[in-house]
Design a protein around this ligand. Structure first.
Ligand code: MYR
Length: 280
């Protein structure tokens, strides 16, 4: 069985790693007025954060077209028997549902949609693991089993500088818990049942980060091997410092810095920061 691994662009796996691991990618779009850009292809994260400083109107985002998906899957059918398609959370984008639709439209390849119920490098962890297993000759069923097993320990917490982008884009659930103080608090956010919800209401970014460290410690202190990512929206220096701090504290940790690219950055805004991890 030859298994292809595809993920959407919001996993933000750098192109060189995608090439090296043979991970296929379908881009989501970021739309400025009448101009639509396929992220990671037409626009980089750095260009995006520069562009939003120059524009007075915020961009919008859209999922990949069904046509693009069926075209890609049809192309993969030439070389592969099965395809695992790992998407961002079905609660924040229609991408997963489109894969489910595309699955019945293509012939010659068995498609396995996987709802990561998260996004960014946390989603990337699933794609990297799937690619590693596919290279070792595992079939789609055993890869799907492993991905579901990973879900049990995968955790991600993040915070934004300003909640209004998330709120405006309709991606913040349970916002009533924050009413009265929406713009003053720095809540820690996380995913619950595919949706973004506040995890804890905290007043300052410093305290929120300290709390995320405590949550991380609940798992890392057990001594089990942890794979993690610090994810930032144009805050690379800060992300590198956090990575270094965690590396100095734990020797059971494999950690990388990753980023919130254009599509996710549209909803979180510049300055967002998060940590995602799972027990290997
Ligand atoms: C679309 O237009 O289909 C894409 C919508 C993307 C919404 C993104 C909301 C923020 C996600 C934060 C992920 C944090 C992961 C650690």
């Amino acid at each position: 069985m030859k298994v292809a691994v595809i993920t959407d662009s919001t996993a933000y796996i750098p192109d060189s790693d995608r090439q090296a691991q043979n991970i296929h990618m379908i881009p989501l779009n970021v739309v400025f007025g009448n101009d639509s850009y396929q992220e990671e292809i037409d626009i980089t994260a750095a260009e995006f954060y520069q562009k939003i400083k120059e524009m007075d109107q915020l961009p919008k985002t859209s999922q990949p077209s069904l046509g693009l998906m069926t075209e890609k899957l049809t192309e993969l059918a030439n070389d592969y028997d099965q395809a695992i398609f790992i998407t961002l959370s079905s609660g924040i984008s229609g991408t997963y549902q489109s894969v489910v639709t595309a699955q019945s439209m293509v012939e010659g390849i068995e498609v396995f949609p996987f709802d990561s119920e998260i996004s960014c490098m946390a989603q990337g962890f699933y794609a990297l693991e799937a690619a590693h297993m596919a290279q070792n000759g595992e079939d789609a069923a055993s890869i799907m089993n492993r991905l579901n097993q990973m879900k049990e320990t995968l955790r991600a917490y993040f915070m934004v500088d300003d909640l209004s982008n998330l709120h405006r884009g309709g991606r913040l659930n349970g916002a009533q818990a924050l009413i009265g103080s929406v713009l003053q608090v720095k809540p820690i956010l996380h995913f619950e049942d595919t949706l973004i919800v506040p995890f804890e209401k905290i007043r300052t970014k410093k305290k929120a980060l300290k709390r995320i460290f405590e949550l991380f410690d609940e798992d890392a202190a057990k001594g089990v091997p942890i794979r993690a990512s610090v994810i930032h929206a144009n805050r690379e220096e800060e992300a590198n410092e956090i990575k270094q701090q965690l590396e100095e504290k734990y020797d059971n940790l494999e950690i990388v810095v990753s980023y919130f690219g254009p599509v996710i950055g549209t909803h979180l805004g510049e300055g967002a920061l998060g940590i995602a991890w799972y027990q290997q």
